[in-house]
Each structure stands twice: as structure tokens, then as C-alpha cells.
Write a protein that binds this ligand. Sequence first.
Ligand code: NAP
Length: 524
Amino acid sequence: MIEIKGQSCIAGNWITPPGRSFQSFNPYKRESMYSFASCGADEVERAARAAESAFHIYRNLDGKSIGVFLNTIADEIEALGDQLLEVCDSETALGLARLTGERGRTCGQLRAFAELVTRGEWVQAHIDTAIPDRAPVPKPDLRRMMRPIGPVAVFGASNFPFAFSTLGGDTASALAAGNPVIVKGHPAHPATSELFAHAIARAIKKCDIPAGVFSLLQGLGNELGADLVKHPVIQAVGFTGSENGGRALMDIAAARPQPIPVYAEMGSINPLFVGPNTLQAQAESIATGLSGSVCMGTGQFCTSPGIVVSVANEVFEASLKSQLSEAPRGYLLNPQIAASLQAALESLNNHPHLEWLNRADFEAGSMTPPNAVFKTSARNFLADETMSREVFGPVTLYVVCENEAQMLEVAENLKGNLTASVHADEDMELAGKLYDVLEQKVGRVIYNGYPTGVEVCPSQQHGGPYPASSVSTSTSVGAGAIVRFARFVAYQGTPDALLPDALKNANPLGIYRLVNGALTTQGI
Ligand code: NAP
């Protein structure tokens, strides 16, 4: 068992900074637990300088060594055993079953990146050999591949304390690409973050990796994160969280003397479209599937279905209402999320054009909200932008359209989202039109399914047009996430000895490369 000391970790050194203290909170018992001291600008400076010097060594490690390191981190996470699950459950109330699954996903991500970098092809090596006698000008030898970008700041989300936090997908992909990482720990699960820092510290020692490759800065308040993003050593930011938080960091990064990319995955309302004939035929089963997806994780998923768009249907409405009312209430992650959900439900309830179909109490201080469904007309929805804001919790809005044309109008007026779902077995013509619109609005279109549950595999796209993501061309899940933390470098006329192995004539790594337009593993 590791003793939770309420510390941060800078390049392998455990510290208790002098900043103001904060407590982690047990949502089950509604009481404070571990005490932590906040890091400040001095700790940011120390972590940044350690990352800077570690980068000189780490960026030149070969893919196999980085792969061994990532696999060792996964092993060390598993070696934390039940303590990790129990501590995290006490800080998040997510439950041991969900956390066991999320731990598997987190270790799976690390091992998948290990495999990717061991194989080596992710660097996208392109080689165009010289044509010295080309007229009117000779063609130079040009070779291009991805290289690590530099120290990365990572901000985890409260709702994925494993998979999108301290050693989650952003950290895994940044390390995989050859970059040091400084994590700004999420204040809602600091003890969980401390345990993860122990796991990576052990992996760093075992694999003889420079200690500055990882630091964890714990803290409360926006200033710590802002200072980190402003630090000149930081070259990119990975963020998962709210639109407000992501946008604030984007603006800070853009205002730096050297602006840097911020890969922020933010909120989303994940609309579900149901064709009129399909709703008629499958009212009950779609209501069942939807209510399960709305309640999953107490609605605290970026992929939670916040609106369902279809025509009026009494069976569907009654079924959705009763299923959501009867579903057991889940726990919210922390008092801040509970307070903002309380305020959101009150404001929706007071909205003149919204009807709360299964109105229920949510007392102040309670951590277990009702599973709520509201109803409005498409006309009102289209006239009021506030109705398409994300409500973080088990809440959905039934948008009732007069006809198919109005359903398409709703789709056309959507902002960027992570996902959209289409149920249209009996409405294939409408499905085609919806797909045409939705693929411009979201990162993932789902047919006959529900948006919660994000498969981690190379074909996954977790990211969408703003405000779902700050960079719509990137994904934060799957193998493609690695390229966010690398940039292309071209080498012109460069002797073999000076080239990275991936670009050398003999192809010592044996990877697929695009040589003069042909994909090959052959040397030159
Ligand atoms: P959050 O409040 O935005 O916090 C995320 C992190 O950013 C925390 O470390 C927070 O710490 C920091 N932060 C927030 N605002 C900041 C600012 N203005 N300046 C500097 N740092 C700032 O988000 P959350 O409560 O963890 O997560 C809930 C939200 O995340 C939901 O909206 C959900 O939809 C979204 N989410 C999205 C995804 C996705 O993949 N797209 C996944 C999970 C969750 P401090 O408060 O201490 O500064």
C-alpha cells in the first residue's frame, strides 16, 4: 500500500509546496478526505526546466525503448492493485466495476501506443530521392517524418479519472511521440493522481528514463494551469474538460509570444435523430436504449445524448419518461458538478418553452440527481441557442419536429459535436440527407446506436468541429492521437549518417515508407 501524502511530484522528487491547501471529497459520504497543497509558479518553473533537459535525451530514444517504457507504466498501474480502484472510487463515486473497466482501457491505451511506436510507422516517413539532372532545376533529395514537438502540458477531466487524466490518453500519446509531460492534476481526484505518479515514477526508474519526462503538479484554481500553459518551455497542451476551461487555455496559448497548439476536447450534446417511421416502429426499444445511455455514468460523459430529435410520438414520450423516472439515481462526481446541475435544472424548469416531463426534486447538497427529460418544439429549439448548451448530468431534451424538413433544419443548425446518432431503418431517404449534414457537424456518426461507449481503436475519431474540440482535425482517442504531439520535419540533401533511422537509405527499422510515391519496406 502506498501512503497518500498529499504531494506533487517534480521529476521524481516528491514535494509539499507552500501554496494554499485543498481537500479531495468523498461524494458517497459527502465529506472531505486527503489534504493537498497547491503548486504555484515556482513549481511550474522547476517542472518545465526538468522537462526541457529531459527532452534532449528522451526525444532521441528509439521506438522500442519508448514502447518498453509505456508497457512498464501499464504494468505499474496494474501493480497498484485494488488501492487505485478504492481510492479513486472514494474520490469520484464512479463505482468499482466502472473503474475496473476504465483501468483496463487506460492500460490498453498505453500498450497500444507501445505497439505503435515499436512498429515505428506512425512517423509517416516519406522519401523523394534527388534527380540531379532534372531540367530546368535539379530536384533535391527530400525526406520527411514526424518528430516530437517538445514538453506537453496535460489537463485531465474529472469524469475520466483514469482514461482521460494523469496517465490517460493525452499523457500516453505525448510520451509515445517522444515528449516529456507535465500534468496539471485534476483537483477532484488528487489522491488518484498521486498514485498514478508513483506508478510512472517506478516505470521511469526501471526503464532508466530521464526523471524530468514526467511531473505532476497538484493544485486548486485556474492560475496554476494558466502559468503552465504560459511557460515558454511548453510546446503543446492536451486538455479534456469543459468548454469554458478549454477555451480559456486556448486563449492563453494564443496570446503567448510563441502561440502553441491546444488540443482541447470539450463538451458536446450528441444529438440522436430518429426518423418518424422508425420511431413509430421502435418507440419502446429506442426509449430503452436512450434512457440507458442518458443515465450511464450519471450522464457525466462527454458523449452523453443531450437531445433526441424526432416527431411527436406518445408511446416514445411515455416510455422515455417512465424509464428515466424509474432508473436508479447515480452519484455525481463532486459538489461543483452537483451545484451547476442544480442551477441548470432550475433554469430549464423555469424556461417558458421547456416542459420537464418527469419533474423531480433535487435537494441542495444532494449528490444524486434525478434522471430528467425535457420537451420542446423544434421551432422553439431553433429560436433559442441556450437550449443547445450541454447540461452535464443525466438530462436529455426531446425536440419535437413537425416533419422531416424540420429535423434537417435542426441538424443544419447544430454546432460542432463529438457524435450524432441516426435511427432510421424505416426512413432511409431521410438517413441519407441526415448523414450528409451530420458528417459536417460531428466527428463520429453512429447508426442504430447510442453515443456513450467510445471504442479505443485506430479507426476511432474522438473530436469534432468547435466547440467539441479546439482542433477539429485531431482525435484524442485511438492511434491517431499521437500525431497531435509531433510535427513534420523535412531533411533536404542530408547525408545518411545525419538522418533519423526512419529515413536512412537501408531502412534499418524495416518500416513501410513512401519512397518516390511507392509504399515499400525496401531500402534505397
Ligand atoms: P473543467 O472544469 O474544465 O476542468 C478540467 C481541468 O482544467 C481542471 O484541471 C481545471 O482545474 C482546469 N481548468 C478549468 N478551467 C480553467 C481555466 N479557466 N484556466 C486554467 N485551468 C482551468 O472540466 P471537468 O469538470 O473536469 O469535466 C467536465 C466537462 O468535461 C464536461 O463539460 C464534459 O463534457 C467535458 N468532457 C469532455 C470530454 C471529451 O473527450 N470531449 C471527456 C470528458 C469530459 P482548475 O479548476 O483547478 O483550474
